[in-house]
Ligand binder design. Structure first.
Ligand SMILES: CO[C@H](O)c1c[n+]2c([nH]1)[C@H](O)[C@@H](O)[C@H](O)[C@H]2CO
Length: 453
């Protein structure tokens, strides 16, 4: 299975998950600093205070990327390093870190892909309402412009947001993520303001390549997981359609087509109203973009559940049951369904033919053991192999798929799960910060060298 000649192979990380140095060089506090230091929010009371100490070890980590022959590295920029309070003058020492990071990547012949927002909102903005406050969208666009002004001569691929659904619905809906608020109406307002920030920022990142990164999944009934030809009941089909609208179309329809699905407007009307959606907003959100970044881990399995209330993370999910899939699971409990990725990519290439696609995250957590300086992570290697075969199938089916970025380069701070869940193809021993290339990393290096499987 050989991929197109210009197919991009890379890896992804995010600032709060790997950098550490949370009080260094003028960095301000983020909502994840606040959240992780709040007792009971993160497993084992873990925080990103040190993480992988990437802020100090980035040159060595880029050496590992070069050893793996990565073509691209997707990282995120910590807004609180650039504007400690989320607005106003740029902190030169914060920007200088990314300046050096980018130069080191270019020296290693690795293309820098910068994500501007991967969840570490400056706490000062949260204190003024965070993403429930429309003004935050405008602050985000100013921040994006300041970063682009400094790095845009060398960074040519930009992601505005990482997974606005997660930011809105886990941050403001069920509170599992920072800032830990639990209000469906606030979640829906936040989703809209995140999209507004995306649209305002996208216009200020040209002439770069601009993408919106979304967590997405094929929404399937339990029977469809193993049998794509399974015919759902009318009620189950309606549940699938509605959840696909809430999970994926809520973000891609406005960004690519300048419209909201009716299901989203109906959910908003039942959860706080739609006054936050002002005339002209959708035109602002619908800024031209070049790519949709797809973060895929597993399908979303649903069936009708008459009488069930909406899930707090899913305003509008009344009468829907989120079901288990008949499949093996990762250490996160997520079902392993590789063909879900090809089914998703082919569907999105049909729904949004105007833009290209890139897999910006795919990977798996398994419990790793270091034996004689090696990590034989056969389960992660099998997961990646199975999913890459589906990426290849999607390309053969005509999807305009530009590349694949594995999540993640390094074991890192896995949000509310802390450090107990390891997604890296490189093992990190946190007490010593020793890095070890897992078998999956050595395998991935060979995939890249062959440009295929
Ligand atoms: C349903 O999974 C989401 O799409 C998702 C999974 N993941 C993500 N989003 C985030 O973008 C990463 O920061 C996480 O570390 C990573 C692993 O949990």
């Amino acid at each position: 299975m050989i991929f197109p000649e210009d197919f991009v192979w890379g890896a992804a990380t995010a600032s709060y998950q790997i950098e550490g140095a949370v009080k260094e060089d003028g960095r301000g506090q983020s909502i994840w600093d606040t959240f992780s230091h709040t007792p009971g929010k993160v497993v084992d009371g873990d925080t990103g205070d040190v993480a992988c100490d990437h802020y100090h070890r980035y040159k060595d980590d880029i050496g590992l990327m070069r050893e793996l022959r990565l073509g691209a590295y997707r990282f995120s920029i910590a807004w609180p390093r650039i504007q400690p309070d989320g607005a106003g003058p740029v902190n030169p020492r914060g920007l200088a870190f990314y300046d050096k990071l980018v130069d080191e990547l270019l020296a290693a012949e690795i293309s820098p892909y910068a994500t501007l927002y991967h969840w570490d909102l400056p706490q000062a903005l949260e204190d003024r309402g965070g993403w429930t406050n429309r003004d935050t969208a405008y602050r985000f666009a100013d921040y994006a412009a300041a970063v682009h002004d400094r790095l845009g001569d060398r960074v040519h691929t930009w992601a505005t947001l990482n997974e606005p659904w997660v930011s809105a619905y886990l941050g403001y809906g069920n509170g599992v993520h920072a800032p830990g608020r639990r209000d469906p109406a606030e979640a829906m307002r936040s989703a809209h303001h995140l999209l507004l920030g995306h649209g305002l920022a996208a216009r200020r990142l040209r002439p770069g390549t601009v993408m919106l990164v979304v967590n997405s999944a094929p929404v399937l009934t339990p029977a469809q997981v193993g049998d794509p030809s399974a015919v759902p009941s009318e009620a189950d089909a309606a549940a699938v359609h509605r959840i696909h609208a809430l999970l994926t179309r809520q973000f891609l329809d406005p960004a690519v087509h300048g419209t909201y699905p009716a299901e989203v407007l109906e959910a908003a009307a039942r959860n706080g109203g739609t006054e936050h959606i002002r005339d002209g907003d959708l035109a602002l959100i619908n800024a031209p973009i070049d790519l949709i970044g797809i973060n895929y881990y597993n399908p979303c399995v649903v069936e009708s559940g008459p009488g069930l209330p909406a899930d707090a993370a899913w305003p509008g999910s009344e009468d829907v049951r989120f079901a288990a899939a008949d499949a093996p699971t990762t250490a996160m409990g997520w079902p392993i369904v590789p063909d879900g990725l090809s089914r998703l990519l082919i569907r999105l290439s049909h729904d949004y033919p105007e833009v290209g696609l890139m897999v910006t995250e795919n990977g798996a957590a398994f419990d790793d053991v270091v034996e004689n300086g090696r990590v034989h992570d056969a389960d992660r290697l099998a997961y990646l192999d199975g999913h890459l075969r589906e990426v290849w199938r999607a390309v053969q089916a005509g999807a305009d798929l530009r590349g694949y970025l594995v999540w993640s380069l390094l074991d890192n701070f896995e949000w509310a799960e802390g450090y107990r869940r390891r997604f890296g193809i490189v093992h990190v021993d946190y007490p010593t910060q020793t890095r070890v290339l897992k078998d999956s990393a050595l395998w991935y290096r060979d995939v890249i060298a062959r440009n295929g499987l």
